[in-house]
Design a binder for this molecule. Structure first.
Ligand SMILES: Nc1ncnc2c1ncn2[C@@H]1O[C@H](COP(=O)(O)OP(=O)(O)OP(=O)(O)O)[C@@H](O)[C@H]1O
Length: 620
């Protein structure tokens, strides 16, 4: 049955190539099929995984794209969050169709992408893989949806990919955003919305990148009818840059830009656009005819927000990184003090905290502060992989131990970490069978790679982390209690961002890192302080990074904060957290609203409004 489908598919591809009836031979798909057969000499029946780069090669390829990746990440994370439950994976690729960033969906869907190597490092160039979303969108430099058997190779026909190419601030092809689903059974129509969502997210990344690059220039946004193209110009109104859409709307060339063409030869802006920037302005074409409304943003010229000084009682030295992470939060400061007392004992550490609370960065800081610093630090997320893969990744295997194993075998992460630190993230998700094997490694200080005839001695410091209640899991039998006690030589709880007593310091510090040239308007500041941040530091970083890119005139306003609504219970938590923060500040200042407002970095009026809303009794 499967063979019949495959040969039917191959016959269709060949018909299209030979312009036979029964196939829309003029469609983009058929044109691409012909390219694959005639130009690239590919075989639609060939099966096999895509070419995949090693981790070091990926790092090398990603290096020149670092800034673009940094700007794109918040959008990619948001896309992944929105599409995760629908089973889509999200990727950012370079112009040669190598995936550089991948966000997998939940559960079984993730397994499909892992099995088919649709992940970081894989290459889907049309010249190798034939017609596919990523390769074809890049070859044609146009967004495309490639659904099921529209793929050139029959083996990809269970996937549907929506892809939008990404252009840099000079209008050059810089990569592509890809989303793939293994639900081709849903029909093409079901995926069309995904293409629109991907295209919009890609435009936002391009705009954020453009604004970042030209942050020292004026930036005019063309009307929505021109897809909101962007033009950057200097104080003398000479054009210094334009995005791809603006270039095509205005017929702008590189030569015109490097000659510093006068803006008035392209569009007319009245003087009010310069006097009162940031609002919408009426635009006219160069010949004076009205051209709808656009926007003008002035250059970002100065940093204007101060960063709180670190707590004065923090000692210098090897624990500096840990102290910086702990800030002025008493729970964390206490945790770091306890860590210092055990110093370099190779005690296993268990970190407990919600997602994004900083378990990974804390684990790295512990390693950096230990006498193992400078040796290997190896991390594995136990929730991101199916059991069979964790087994092979962690414990290693001998050459030819199982079908699909690497020819030369694999040392495994435990052996790689020997002499240094092994960080096991989401340890609560480790399957029971593997818990038993891990326990044996910790007890015997040796590991048996699959298929090995003798064990390999190892010397690791283990740091593990979880957001789950391991004690309860141990009681319920879903986590081995003997392993639990072995892991928690010392347990450190990382408070959620909303619980941190120094929440405002953390916001200010992260704002300074993520949006260094921006000031936060009071309304936006109040929102940030009040928001419960279920995604903790990670979410705060993303929100501020994005806000820093979209903020016009160097001021982050409420409109720049993309803070998703939180559920009713969380809203209640938020109110109670906010209440506690305000009451604490008032207490610390003997009830003086003015001083409490200064500490909370709120205006007095805002603080009075919050006090009234939260029914805080000032006299009490
Ligand atoms: N104390 C901190 N100060 C500033 N940034 C922080 C701090 N802690 C964490 N972050 C940032 O928050 C993001 C998430 O951190 P991290 O990956 O360590 O969280 P996590 O708890 O391991 O998350 P998960 O459980 O989802 O893996 C990172 O970008 C990190 O740099």
């Amino acid at each position: 049955m499967a063979n019949l489908a495959a040969s039917n598919h191959v016959a269709r591809v060949l018909s299209a190539a030979n312009h036979l009836a029964g196939v829309d031979t003029e469609s983009r798909i058929a044109t691409s099929w012909r390219r694959c057969l005639v130009n690239h000499k590919l075989d639609p029946a060939r099966r096999g995984p895509p070419q995949t780069l090693t981790e070091a090669e990926v790092r090398h390829v990603a290096e020149p794209m670092e800034e673009l990746i940094r700007v794109a990440l918040p959008e990619l994370e948001d896309l992944a969050l929105v599409l995760r439950d629908a089973g889509y994976c999200v990727n950012l690729a370079d112009p040669n169709a190598t995936m550089l960033v991948s966000r997998l969906p939940e559960g079984d869907y993730a397994r499909m992408f892992l099995e088919w190597k649709i992940y970081t490092g894989s290459n889907f160039a049309e010249t190798f893989e034939g017609t596919n979303g990523l390769g074809t969108a890049l070859a044609e430099q146009r967004p495309i949806l490639v659904h099921g058997d529209e793929h050139f190779r029959e083996q990809w026909s269970m996937f549907t990919c929506a892809v939008s190419p990404l252009f840099d601030h000079t209008g050059q092809l810089a990569g592509a955003v890809n989303i793939s689903s293994c639900r081709s059974d849903l029909g093409r129509g079901a995926h069309e919305l995904a293409l629109a969502v991907t295209t919009q997210a890609t435009r936002r990344i391009e705009h954020a990148f453009f604004r970042r690059h030209y942050r020292a220039s004026w930036i005019a946004t063309l009307p929505a009818s021109e897809s909101g193209g962007l033009i950057a110009y200097d104080d003398d109104r000479r054009v210094v840059g334009a995005c791809r859409n603006a270039r095509s709307a205005l017929g702008l060339t590189d030569a015109m830009i490097s000659d510093g063409i006068d803006l008035s030869h392209l569009i007319q802006l009245d003087d009010s656009a310069t006097r009162a920037p940031e609002g919408s302005v009426a635009l006219r074409r160069a010949d004076g005819t009205p051209w709808g409304s656009g926007r003008v943003a002035p250059p970002l010229r100065a940093r204007s927000r101060s960063v709180p000084a670190p707590a004065r009682d923090q000692p210098a030295g090897q624990f500096n990184g840990l102290h910086r992470l702990a800030g002025r939060d008493p729970v964390l400061v206490r945790g770091v003090k306890r860590l210092m007392t055990v110093g370099n004992l190779d005690l296993p550490i268990l970190l407990h905290g919600e997602t994004g609370a900083g378990k990974d960065v804390f684990a790295r800081a512990i390693h950096a502060a230990s006498n193992r610093a400078g040796r290997n630090y190896v991390a594995l997320n136990c929730a991101a992989m199916p059991e069979s893969l964790i087994d092979a990744e962690l414990f290693g295997y001998e050459a030819g131990a199982f079908t699909g194993a690497r020819r030369e075998g694999s040392k495994g992460l435990i052996v790689q970490a020997s002499g240094g630190t092994l960080f096991l993230d989401e340890i609560g998700d480790m399957p029971l069978a593997l818990q038993t094997r891990l326990l044996r490694v910790l007890e015997n200080r040796e590991v048996w790679p699959l298929g090995a005839l003798k064990p390999v001695p190892v010397d690791i410091r283990l740091i593990s982390a979880t957001h789950r209640d391991l004690a309860r899991m141990a009681e319920a039998g879903s986590f081995r209690s003997d392993l639990y006690y072995r892991l928690r030589g010392m347990e450190i709880r990382l408070p959620a961002l909303r619980e941190r007593a120094d929440k405002t310091d953390v916001i200010a510090l992260i704002a300074d890192e993520e949006a260094p040239n921006c000031r936060i308007a009071p309304g936006a500041w109040a929102q940030l302080v009040a928001y419960p941040f279920p995604g903790n530091m990670r979410q705060l970083r993303h929100v501020l990074r994005l806000a820093g890119c979209t903020a016009e005139g160097g001021v982050i306003t409420e409109a720049d904060l993309d803070l998703p609504a939180v559920g009713a219970r969380t809203a209640q938590d938020q109110a109670s957290t906010e209440r506690t923060v305000i009451v604490d500040a008032l207490r610390a200042h003997g009830g003086r609203v003015r001083d409490a407002a200064r500490t909370l970095k709120l205006s007095r009026a805002t603080l009075y409004r919050r006090i009234k809303l939260l029914k805080i009794d000032l006299d009490g």
